[in-house]
Design a protein around this ligand. Sequence first.
Ligand SMILES: O=P(O)(O)OC[C@H]1O[C@H](OP(=O)(O)OP(=O)(O)O)[C@H](O)[C@@H]1O
Ligand SMILES: O=c1cc[nH]c(=O)[nH]1
Ligand SMILES: [Mg+2]
Length: 215
Amino acid sequence: MAAVDTTVIDHPLVAHKLTVLRDEQTDSPTFRRLTEELVTLLAYEATREVRVTPVTVTTPVSPAHGVRLALPKPLVVPILRAGLGMLEGMVRLVPTAEVGFVGMVRDEETLQASTYAERLPEDLSGRQCYVLDPMLATGGTLAAAVRFLVDRGADHITCICLLAAPEGIERLSALLDDLKVPCNLVLAGVDDRLNEKGYIVPGLGDAGDRLYGVV
Ligand SMILES: O=P(O)(O)OC[C@H]1O[C@H](OP(=O)(O)OP(=O)(O)O)[C@H](O)[C@@H]1O
Ligand SMILES: O=c1cc[nH]c(=O)[nH]1
Ligand SMILES: [Mg+2]
């Protein structure tokens, strides 16, 4: 079994919004709105395996058998900074989810990711987690975040990204090769390659800067 089960969403609305998002002429407010809209579209597919529990409700006519989201609640984890731009789009679809935060930054020289902030439940036993980060470049950031959640007990991981480089998907799978829990990856697109600076080509540039400005 591949360590990371990857799905690329093939849908004209996703392709349209992604194209506008890439355009260097797209300003920050539009970029933020499109990011949220794209995540909501991806989240529909990304939550296909969300756990539910059977319930019966009473309609005005008769009892009806259905389902509700199971407990413990799903945990959504945006990777700061750029992943924060995806949060609203995700919780719009799963409003009862809880939210934890991980702050990670990639050293632009070494391309090594490091963690500078973390606000998550100590015990993630039995939790389904949805990790949000728009860009999967070398895969180092996402692999470290997934490992962190699984080490705390998370037993089902779904990563939602907008764009990935093929080398990053391969490295993510290699880094998580020994993972004992299911790990899914849902993407709006897979690009051609990484450039010498570790940026996705053609990509969309620095997602964090385009969402929030250059810091
Ligand atoms: O796959 P990798 O090679 O690890 O790179 C991807 C990471 O780089 C970007 O974050 P960045 O470090 O720029 O931080 P930011 O979100 O604060 O801009 C992006 O949002 C990912 O987290
Ligand atoms: O292309 C890339 C690579 C890493 N981080 C980004 O924001 N964009
Ligand atoms: Mg950045």
